[in-house]
Design a protein around this ligand. Structure first.
Ligand code: SF4
Length: 493
């Protein structure tokens, strides 16, 4: 590319911006028959990753727990790499390390020896055995392998120690679903394996947060504490994947946090379960309702005013606790910021993509801000997602001239192709996988959801609750300001 010469007198202030070369004008329309993902045999730029990673995420939210991946090393390495990139924390994940012999003879020996090695080196309290494509296709009989593994442990470390180690089997064939379903299956499986009913329900609430970041879980804890609500959070990654650095650390190292085993067992005695993401964790809430009669609430993910109001109402209804002045003030401050920003956000056309629950939550919040969602895309297909966003569109129908386009499943290629046909787009909200799309369309990208690997500290920044929504609002407005206004005019806004 030829760079422009810098004139001897320098660059005047109004030309300091680097000129972007728009890629979109050179865009050649694709074969319309091949644009919809449903018409293709391949996925291009998927907005989902494999099922085991969701289960690993969940297991890492349990105290002294290690995921054991029954598959090849690659199925583990990429997950560890992903977690390290996103959380900037070490993620201890064991692997059965399949090679050709496992493909021929099955993964029994790998599992039995792998569990034995994991135990004698790391002494975990909980092992989440996460299956992969290869072990599921081979038909590994994990339940009987685990019996054999426990017999081996009994023989080597003694029956008492061997019995103390909890092993939970989570079947996650990646060809059957995405990371969202992997997390969902982990929630159900852990509760099936561990939750027990002892007596009449107490006043504790179960919270299954779904694929939310440590900063979000801290915000949920803040709400619970402000209301005086006692709760168990399954799976609590706030202090395992965002642990303080406290040298010297011992090996094996276990972060201080995570949901305790005893707490998971007690979840069978709660007064209610709130799954903040219906698609990621909702099955756990349904299981507790069917098995123990514990009322279950599914979502919405508490992004924005109405969804956070709904969470507070549920908590208040189940526990009899009032909504305190502290949270009312936070709500008021959010409303104040929304009113202050309305002339920036009103009628701005936004496209949103990511995991279904996050997209539904953010869609509602953008409507609360007076924005106009023009396209919303869930990377993982969901039964609830279309109804949820259509209900939001119906509620805010005055914002729309044309019906927003809803993608349920599909890939980002299809989403991008649609965005390129739009007369105007002001903003994209989604994860880091949208960077190239945003650059090509020359619109800003506000990063939310999973994964975010090209920004620093976003795992600590909440988007849930009133305070999280306020932070998200700042990002939306500042992204629009950076993009829409000359630098020398922003001081007047
Ligand atoms: S898609 Fe299957 S083979 Fe690939 S990493 Fe995930 S579990 Fe392993």
């Amino acid at each position: 590319m030829q760079l422009k010469e810098i004139p001897l007198e320098g660059i005047p202030y109004d030309r300091l911006r680097i000129e972007k070369v728009p890629a979109a004008p050179a865009y050649q329309p694709r074969d319309p028959d091949l644009v919809p993902a449903a018409n293709r045999a391949v996925v291009v730029n998927p907005d989902r990753i494999c099922m085991p990673i969701g289960a690993m995420w969940a297991v890492l939210g349990v105290h002294r727990a290690i995921p054991f991946v029954q598959g090849a090393q690659g199925c583990t390495t990429y997950a560890r790499y992903t977690f390290c990139r996103i959380f900037k924390e070490p993620a201890t994940i064991a692997t059965a390390s399949f090679h050709e012999d496992a493909a021929v003879y099955g993964g029994r020996r790998n599992l039995v020896e792998g569990i034995r090695n994991l135990v004698v080196r790391y002494w975990p309290e909980v092992i989440g055995v996460v299956t992969t494509c290869s072990s599921e296709i081979m038909g590994d009989d994990i339940a009987s392998f685990l019996k054999e593994a426990r017999a081996r442990l009994r023989a080597e470390i003694g029956p008492e120690k061997a019995e103390q180690i909890v092993m939970v089997q989570i079947n996650t064939p990646s060809f059957a679903g995405s990371h969202v379903e992997g997390y969902d299956r982990a929630a159900k499986t852990f509760l099936q394996a561990l939750a027990v009913k002892r007596d009449a329900p107490g006043n504790r609430v179960n919270i299954i947060p779904g694929l939310l970041y440590p900063g979000d879980i801290r915000e949920i804890k803040h709400i619970l504490q402000a209301m005086g609500v006692e709760a168990t959070i399954l799976f609590d990654i706030s202090d395992t994947l965002d642990a303080p650095l406290e040298p010297p650390q011992r090996i094996p190292y276990y972060p201080p946090g995570g949901t305790r085993l005893a707490e998971i067992r007690e979840m069978g005695n709660a007064c209610a379960t709130v799954a903040l993401q219906a698609d990621a964790g909702g099955s756990g809430a349904v299981y507790l309702e069917r098995k123990f009669g514990i009322p279950a609430v599914m979502g919405p993910t508490p992004v924005g005013v109405a969804a956070t109001d709904a969470l507070l109402r549920h908590l208040s209804r189940f526990t009899g606790r009032d909504i305190p002045e502290e949270l009312r003030a936070e709500r008021g401050r959010l409303l104040d910021a929304m009113a202050d920003a309305l002339h920036h956000t009103m009628m701005k056309r936004v496209a949103i993509f990511g995991d279904p629950d996050i997209v539904a939550g953010v869609t509602r919040f953008t409507c609360e801000l007076g924005m106009t969602p023009v396209a919303v895309a869930a990377g993982t297909p969901s039964r609830r997602f279309p109804q949820e966003v259509e209900a939001v569109f119906a509620e805010y129908r005055d914002l729309f001239l044309d019906a927003p386009k809803v993608f349920n499943g599909g890939d980002l290629f299809e989403f991008e192709e649609y965005l390129k046909t739009l007369p105007r787009l002001d903003l994209i909200i989604g994860n880091s996988k949208g960077v190239d799309i945003a650059r090509e369309l020359e619109v800003p990208l506000v990063r939310v959801g999973f994964p975010i690997y090209d920004r620093f500290g976003y795992q600590k920044r909440p988007i849930v609750g009133y305070r999280g929504a306020e932070l998200l609002l700042y990002e939306i407005v500042n992204a629009l300001l950076d993009y829409r206004y000359p630098d020398d005019r922003t001081q007047q806004l």
